[in-house]
Structures are given as C-alpha cells and as structure tokens.
Design a protein around this ligand. Structure first.
Ligand code: MSP
Length: 529
C-alpha cells in the first residue's frame, strides 16, 4: 500500500474572480501535491470555494443575480484559472453543494450533543469582508478593518448561537505543547499561543437577517455563520462520489488531513476555532497547518477589496503557467510576504529559465549532435568520480531536495537546482569541449557532455513539481517519453530519477529547441528609467 498525503488550500470566497493571492496558495499546494505524487504517495489535493455569507449575498445583489447564479459563475472562473495554471487538484469542494449540508448538519449535531452550542447576545464590530468580528482595539482610525483598510466595520447586536470556544482553551494549549510542529512557521505558532493564553471567548456561529447560508438545524430562523460551514468543506471534500454524505464515510480514508495551507489572515480560524470544533465533535485534528505571507503591492496586501491586485489570467496568458509558478515559488520565501514587480518577474525568468537552464540544455545538445552523433555520450554515470564538481553538487541536491519540499521551502529547492545549472554552464566554459574535440580528446568530450546533460536532467526532475511543462520538454529533448502530468509512470518515481547517473548511455536525443523563450518587458516598463 502506498502512503497517503492529503492537503488543502483554503476554500476561496466567490465575491470576485480569483486574484493572484488565491493563485499563490493554490500553486504552492499543487507543487506539493505533485512532489508527493512523484515520491509515490497517493495524494488527495483539495481546493474549492466558500460560497455562503453576507459578503457573497451582497455581491450577488449588487450584480442583480441570485446568489447561486453568481456563485456558479465565479466558481467556474476559479476552475478555469486552475486549468490555465496547470493545477491538478483531486477535489473541488463547493460549500453550496447539498452533500455539504448533510455533513454540516451531522457535525453540528455532534457539537450540540456535546453541550457546546448555546443561545446568547452578540454585540460587536463586524467586518463583512473578513466575515469576522473585530475587537475595538484592532481597528484603524475611522473604525476601519486592519486588513481591508478601505472598509469600515459594522455594529451588530443580535441574538445568536454561540460555540463554547472558551471551554477548549486548556485542551488547545495541551495539544500545542504535545505537537510542536502543528503550526508552521514557528512565528505563527507563537502568535497563536499568545492569543490563546490571553483567553479565548466563545464565538457566534449563527446570524439573523441573513438568508444565504444553511439554516441552523435546531432553529431554522437562524442561518449558520459562514466560517462554521466553510471549514467543514474540507471534510465534505473527502467523500467519494458514490458515498452517502455521512461523517463516517468522509473520514474513512483521508482523515486527518495532513496539511492545511493558508494565508496569515485566516490563522485563528484554522489554528484555534477549527481544532476546538473538531475536539468538540470528537474528531482527530489535522497534522499540520502551514501559514504563508501576503503578496503585496507597495507594501499593502493585494486584494479584491483594495483593488490593487494583479490579474492572474492576464499574467498566465502573457507569460505561461510555468513562468508564473516558478516566479512565485522562487522569489517569495514561503511563510513571508513578497512584493511583486513585473520588471523583476521578467528578469528572474530570463536569467534562470531562459539562460541558466534553457541555454545550458540547448548548447550542450547542439554539441552532442556535433560530437556524439545526437546521442547521450556513451558514458556510465556511475563511472564519473564522486569528486567531480557536477556530480558532487548533483548528489547534494538529490540528497536534500525532498526535505526542502517537505518543509515547503520551495525557494530553496529552486536556488539549489539553479546552483547546479549555473555550475554546469561554468563547467562547460572552463572545459571548452569544442577545443578538446579539435584536439582529438573524444573521451574527455563525451564525459563533459554526459555530466552536463545528466545535471540538466536532474535539475528538470527536481523542479518538475514547479515547472512541469518545462521539465517535460527537457526530458523529451533528452530522449525520454516523459509526462509529468496526470498519473506518474513508475519509472519517473523519485527513488530512481532523483539519483545521479540515471541518463542512459547512448540514448538517442531529440533535436535541440529552445525550451523557454526570453521574455520581453512590457513597453511601458521597458521605457521607464
Ligand atoms: N473563504 C475564506 C477561507 C475559508 S477556508 C475554509 C477566505 N477566502 S479568501 O478568498 O478571502 O482568501 C483565501 C486565501 O487567499 C487566504 O489564505 C488568504 O490569505 C489568501 N490571500 C488573499 N489575498 C492574498 C494576498 N494578497 N497574498 C497571498 N495570499 C492572500 O479567507
């Protein structure tokens, strides 16, 4: 039985088409899902949309559409973007599905039976954009939300059902003490811990005067709070299409989820409310929550409500999926904020993918066509001495890259892989096989070319989760019939391909063709000083 790995992105609000922030999380999750598949795991990669609540209800109203028609349209927009970005999810969970309602009701009942839901009075400042009550001291001047700085919060005073979060304060602290890696990176774990230690308050899980949501099972006059239903979307996503929608069915194979990837703005929901709800319902907790930073523009979170986003559809149409995937994985350390600049985008891709990697393959293949009859040189990789500079670097890469992926240190994977590509270029320049060929040193030339081609192959392999199309193109030029999408052929699994010396001697090569065309800066940017 192959090992299992289940992971999720957040379920995105459908108040507007996806922006680059949603794409960022989803790319990272897809990279990890692809990595685990290459490691031989069975993977369940869940993404989807969060469709209830006031924010969505209002947006649909403004557009003159029924909420469901609005949600259908935007959910389709998310799926279209994921296709363009080459995202291979296993399940797209929509919180308006009838199956989801059955799961939510059953879960609610468990928490209810445990005595953790009661009726109380909710007073406070509400940010509709966050769908969250804010404490007065968190607010910016003019009662504005600290995350949606152009929106004021609204006063609420209503009778709601509450979830007894305060009851779980100690259980959560104990859990955190026993599971030091539950929330990553450590700075986010500390943030959660100090929040819990300040004292947890019960929170309301229902709304009045809101039609767009599931009715509270025990009181249909009230509507369930969007976050209560949204988090359970992760559970509904685990049902197989033929399953009856019951908790037992949903949890039988993939629960607990191995990894939730989220942005820092939704940390408390995932790291406090969600575990407490699960403990109340008597369910095991997810294994890990990884929290990434924000993509910013001029230092501010890019977002739909601030209107300072980048259009991912346009970015992919202009530069291609692999370019976008590579840039965000390489340039922004996962866990920290990162600013986007189009000039930097173009420069990085040209330097790394067009020059260091693409050009290295292209020039080496051309030489192989001249000097070794269009074949991988007749050299055994295992015969190359261990101290060979490329073999040394390659072996270091193959020994460390999987740990980096498991830690979600994608930028380090890219940096290390590129170090090998750069070393390959330097090695070629220094060894000058074109001169040595003229001098009749054919064995030396064969070895040089073999080592460089094998290095390029390994770089392509290690980066395949990030740039699957480019890696496939590289593999094809090296004479493989490879495919890094869909189900993985057994001979592409990592126990073999991640090693040094895998490229078969004398394998026929394909014709050299540039794998990555140099990008041009848009004219407006190119002209500016
Ligand atoms: N619907 C909730 C999540 C429910 S999960 C059960 C939600 N949706 S969201 O669409 O507003 O945000 C989804 C994710 O996108 C969050 O993790 C958020 O951090 C991320 N991003 C939104 N803007 C972002 C940036 N500018 N940069 C990086 N990620 C950001 O919250």
């Amino acid at each position: 039985m192959s090992p299992h790995f289940s992971l999720t992105t957040p379920l995105y609000y459908v108040n507007a088409l996806p922006h680059i922030g949603s794409a960022y999380t989803t790319i990272a999750a897809d990279v990890l899902a692809r990595f685990y598949r290459l490691q031989g795991y069975q993977v369940r990669f869940i993404t989807g949309t969060d469709e209830h609540g006031q924010k969505i209800e209002r947006t649909a109203q403004q557009r003159g559409l029924s909420p469901q028609a609005h949600c259908d349209e935007i959910a389709a927009g998310f799926q279209a973007l994921w296709q363009q970005l080459n995202i291979h999810y296993d399940c797209f969970s929509r919180t308006t599905s009838p199956r989801h309602q059955a799961i939510v009701n059953e879960f609610f009942q468990r928490v209810w039976d445990n005595g953790d839901i009661y009726l109380g009075q909710q007073q406070g400042w509400y940010c509709v954009e966050c769908e969250e009550f804010k404490e007065e001291r968190e607010l910016l001047e003019g009662r504005r939300c600290p995350i949606h700085v152009n929106r004021t919060v609204e006063w609420r005073d209503e009778r709601n059902y509450f979830f007894r979060l305060s009851k779980y304060q100690q259980a959560l602290l104990d859990y955190y003490a026993e599971h030091p890696d539950f929330v990553q990176p450590p700075s986010r774990r500390n943030e959660v811990l100090s929040f819990i230690e300040r004292g947890l308050q019960d929170f309301s899980i229902s709304r009045v005067n809101l039609a767009w949501g599931f009715p509270v099972p025990t009181d249909p006059e009230q509507t369930l709070y969007v976050w209560f239903d949204a988090l359970l979307g992760y559970v509904t996503a685990l049902l197989e299409p033929e399953d009856e929608p019951t908790l037992t069915n949903a949890l039988k194979t993939w629960w607990p989820i191995n990894l939730h990837i989220i942005g820092k703005d939704i940390l408390r929901f995932h790291a406090i409310s969600w575990p407490a709800m699960l403990i109340s319902a008597g369910l095991p907790l997810p294994e890990q929550i990884f929290v990434h930073g924000f993509l910013t523009k001029d230092g501010q979170k890019m977002g739909k409500s601030l209107g300072n986003t980048l259009d991912p559809f346009a970015l992919v149409a202009q530069y291609g999926a692999d370019a976008v995937r590579y840039y965000f994985m390489k340039e922004v350390e996962f866990g920290r904020d990162g600013d986007f600049s189009e000039t930097r985008f173009v420069n990085i891709l040209n330097a790394d993918l067009a020059n260091d990697l693409g050009n290295l393959l292209n020039r080496t293949l051309k030489m192989a066509w001249k000097y070794t009859d269009g074949q991988v040189p007749n050299v055994q990789g295992s015969a190359i001495p261990r101290e060979h500079p490329l073999r040394q670097l390659a072996e270091h890469l193959s020994q460390t890259y999987d740990q980096r992926y498991r830690q979600l240190a994608f930028h380090e994977v890219c940096q290390q892989a590129l170090t090998l590509a750069r070393a390959g270029n330097k090695f070629l320049d220094e060894e000058a096989p074109w001169k040595r060929y003229k001098a009749g040193e054919t064995q030396a030339v064969a070895e040089i070319l073999y080592c460089v081609l094998e290095s390029v192959r390994l770089v392509a392999y290690v980066l395949a989760p990030i740039i699957p199309q480019l890696s496939k193109a590289i593999y094809r030029q090296l004479g493989y019939n490879a495919e890094f999408n869909g189900s993985i052929a057994p001979d592409l699994l990592s126990d073999r391909q991640a090693q040094w010396g895998v490229l078969p001697a004398s394998q026929p090569l394909a014709n050299p063709e540039p794998i990555f065309q140099k990008l041009l800066l848009p004219a407006t940017l190119a002209d500016s000083p």
